[in-house]
Design a protein around this ligand. Sequence first.
Ligand code: SAM
Length: 324
Amino acid sequence: MVNEINYQSTQQLSLFLDQDHQDLIKPSPVLKWAGGKTQLLPEIKKQYPQQLQQGKIKNYIEPFFGGGAVFFDIYSNFKIKKAYLFDKNTELIILYKVIQNDVNDLVEQLSILESQYLSLETEKRKELYYQVRNDYNTFDKQTDANNYTQEWIKRAAYTIFLNKTCFNGLYRVNSKGYFNVPIGRYKNPKILNENNLIAVSQSFQIAEIKHTDFAEVLSYADESTFIYYDPPYRPISETANFNAYSSLEFNDDEQRKLRDVFVKASKQGALQMLSNSDPTNYVDDPFFDELYQDFNISRILASRMINSKGSKRGKIREILVTNY
Ligand SMILES: C[S@@+](CC[C@H](N)C(=O)[O-])C[C@H]1O[C@@H](n2cnc3c(N)ncnc32)[C@H](O)[C@@H]1O
């Protein structure tokens, strides 16, 4: 059971007290997401603008929201008033809008799915998984994710169910937009984390969640705004495909358009941070150094697969650009 508590002096009107553990529950990502920033957070936090700590930032914008690790951290630690959270992935936005508007119904549906799945033997689990996956792929890919309907609750429950039970817990679709990840090998997957869903729903009460392109930040960027951009990684070669979030394309032209948005939002007075993979890990490629030469560029260390085959693990550099 979770109880809401009222914090008068902090913005965390919405951190929760878990009655069993008496802990404050801070929201954290609901999905495992390619490029998720949870592991890099300690390094990213070090470079937040001082104005956040000083309470001068009122609005936060995250236009490549994904799993939202940075938003949840900022929401839990600073007094922001309003958040604008964007992504071009339809299923993500549908899920987040359901969490924002109908979290209790979502919890109920997931709870049923979880008990059903966990009560089954391996073969029957497989049947259920592929049945859900087929059903999921019948949902209209052209749905307008900005036009909320309660009919999405089941769809959102399926997004979480598939993310928690699929192979490697990753979201991947084929060229037609069909989710095509096979069943995973987890013995006892935690499909429902009720406390976190409720904490996330509370944090979304200050948010405008939108299925839109990153360029929309320009409608909101001003001196009281902090923007964090985490675009899809730039592939290291023409053939490498690291951008497996969806069939969304993010080529060098998009990277250049993003830089132009960064420049404009800077002129509008926003404080900004942008991360990306560092191509110089692999080849002598100054792409981002040139693109962002007028801003501050630093490198932070990330622990992740150093090549796409995953045969080597090690620390690799990630680029962080700021305009402050
Ligand atoms: C690297 S991920 C963000 C990961 C996120 N920071 C996290 O911690 O999970 C990039 C995201 O950008 C989204 N995306 C791709 N193209 C986009 C565009 N043109 N505008 C907005 N979002 C886009 C993808 O759907 C994906 O969720």
